[in-house]
Design a protein around this ligand. Sequence first.
Ligand code: SAM
Length: 229
Amino acid sequence: HLSKRLEKVAEFVLEEGTVADIGSDHAYLPVYLVGNGLCEYAIAGELNEGPYASAIEKIRANDLQGKVEARQGDGLNVLDGRKADTVVIAGMGGPLIVSILKKGQKFLPDVKRLVLQPNVAADQVRYWLKNNGWSLIDEAILMEDGHVYEVLVADRSGVDPYDLVDMRKQLWLGPYLMEERSEAFHKKWKREYDQLKRIYGQLQLARQKQARHRVEELEQKMRWLEEVL
Ligand code: SAM
């Protein structure tokens, strides 16, 4: 049984062609996708020996050799000599996802869709996508076991969900998510708002000159959140 988080990720994978799940761990996602006929072929990429071995075992246990292939390697290097239509990178921090995309630039021209699920710092992923020719076409946010997860979907369609005036706010909150304002969205940002408010109070008590810039940034963020909460 797949987590709600990975089920959501799976919804955005293109049915035709190959999906590459980078940092696949037990290959749960590739096995689910191909096993359920939701994708034709899958590569489970893993850097580390332990998870790579688990991926091989999981594929064998599900009798999916020949349709799901485990490959050991760093990031997108597992695409050397292959093509993937969808690339999934899930369950890592935004900065690690961005570094994998950056290091693997040369493998991206053949990729039609990216499905990225940063555990933190989704704004850094949106920012990278925007500056590297990818269009953010959809987003999802969900709650599972007290955690809030975001899923970002990008392709080459040229769709641009950002407005010049609101761009910084949209990169932070997610242009689609802030329109939709779901329960999970509200939960995540209410938490953040309460935390900012606490820090703000502390900074004001400290009354340090050097804190001026930080205070202004906090005020901006709190105003943005007051608009959407
Ligand atoms: N993607 C799965 C998920 O969402 O449930 C597993 C997430 S797990 C927290 C992160 C996995 O990424 C680990 O198995 C780790 O070994 C792998 N990993 C970390 N850095 C990687 C890299 N540069 N290339 C490939 N895999 C990597």
